[in-house]
Every structure is written in C-alpha cells, then in structure tokens.
Design a protein around this ligand. Sequence first.
Ligand SMILES: Nc1ncnc2c1ncn2[C@@H]1O[C@H](COP(=O)(O)OP(=O)(O)OP(=O)(O)O)[C@@H](O)[C@H]1O
Ligand SMILES: C[C@H](N)[C@H](N)CCCCCC(=O)O
Ligand SMILES: [Mg+2]
Length: 217
Amino acid sequence: MLGKVIFVSGIDTDVGKTIATGFYAKKLQEQGFSVITQKMIQTGCEGIAADILVHRKIQGIDLLPEDKAGLTCPYVFPYPCSPHLAARLAHTEIDENKINHAVHQLRQKYDYVLLEGAGGLAVPYTETRTTLDYLKTQQYPLILVSSGKLGSINHTLLSLIACRQYQIPLEALVYNRYLDQDSLISRNTEEYLLHHLQQYFPKAKFIGLDNVNIYYK
Ligand SMILES: Nc1ncnc2c1ncn2[C@@H]1O[C@H](COP(=O)(O)OP(=O)(O)OP(=O)(O)O)[C@@H](O)[C@H]1O
Ligand SMILES: C[C@H](N)[C@H](N)CCCCCC(=O)O
Ligand SMILES: [Mg+2]
C-alpha cells in the first residue's frame, strides 16, 4: 500500500512551512508511523535542500539515504527567488514528472510523505503552472500554514478561497504563533481564522504552533 502524501504550503514565503513540516513529521513519528519529508523545489541554496536539513533536525534524525540521493528534493536552484525564475536562471525547465516520480518512490517505503512547497500557494514553477495547478492535478490533502502577522487574515482568506476554487482538500490550518508581533492582533487573528475554518472547512483541523526547538548539533 502506498504511503499518504500531505502537501504543506503557506500564505507566503517565510511563514513557517519548514518548521510546521518538521513538527508534523515528528508528531507522526511519535504515533509510530514511518515518515519522510520532501521539498518540491528549493531555491536559494546548493546541494541538499536547506529545508530538508531543518526538517531532519526537528525530527531529531540524521540525513536519510533518500536525502543524499536527491529524492527528497528533486530540484535545487541557487538563486533565492520564485521557482519559475530560479529554473530559468539555471537554464532548466521543471518537469512535474520528475517530482511525481520522486514522490512515488518515497510513498512505496513510508507511511507518510510530507511534501513542502516553495513559497505560497500561487507560486509559479513554470511559465504556466503554479502550485495551485499542481495540487488540483495531484489532489494531495493540504496543510496551510498561516501566522498572526498583520496582513495574515487577508492572505489566509485569499488562500482558502483559492483552495475552494481549485477544489484542493484542506487537511489542516497551522496557525504559527512564532511570528506574533502584537498579541492583541495575533490573538484576534487566531480567533477569527478558527471560526472561519469551523464555518467553511469544518473537516479541517486547526493546529496552533508555538516556538519549535531546532536541535542544531
Ligand atoms: N514556530 C517556530 N519556531 C521556531 N522558529 C520558527 C517558527 N516559525 C518560523 N520560525 C523561523 O522563521 C523563519 C522562517 O520559517 P520557515 O523557514 O519555516 O519558513 P518557510 O515558510 O518554510 O519559508 P520558505 O518559503 O523559504 O520555505 C526560520 O528562520 C524559522 O526558524
Ligand atoms: C526564496 C524563498 N525562501 C522561497 N524558497 C521561494 C519564495 C518564492 C516566492 C515567489 C513570490 O510569491 O513572489
Ligand atoms: Mg521552507
């Protein structure tokens, strides 16, 4: 039986997707499941994807053979920008089949594959396709990471509208409290988004995320 893929995206870049992915993987491990995380496309680094390194630290494990083989991040580009531009600068075209093949190989071995996207939902990885298109095609359940920063209500609701429009199944909303700047705003944002989810996505989980320790050796 193939493992379950859960896609992790966010309302923006830098919102806490990597932390949330590592945290969720650790929780699944503690429940006895075999879990691996994967990064769809990493920009802004070379070699093993920076986000994969953080996932493994939060999971409390060393790099896996699949990391060293490049399976957990099929595309790594040096320029820290949108994948469609990073690929162009690297004279490469991103082929979804290469990503899907890597995901399939991991699903054959693990109960769960947590697949982290690049940036937010509407980020392009070719000139014509965004992560929303990819998710519509693959129908992976989605974990959407939000935060308490001013502006997050708008970004979160727009992301949820897009999920409905692209018929993407929402598994959970992770509310990342780490980026809180103003407790009055972030407490109200959390309350507002919780009620919005209960009303429009009643099957989705609401998960509050506090500070996560990343064990740098
Ligand atoms: N809950 C948290 N606990 C500890 N650190 C956090 C938390 N949330 C975010 N951070 C820190 O904020 C920064 C951005 O988080 P993260 O790398 O997870 O964002 P991202 O959404 O994965 O970004 P990208 O779009 O580049 O993949 C990182 O330095 C991370 O360590
Ligand atoms: C470089 C950064 N950390 C992410 N890996 C890529 C973010 C792409 C964002 C594109 C955009 O929304 O304008
Ligand atoms: Mg990340």
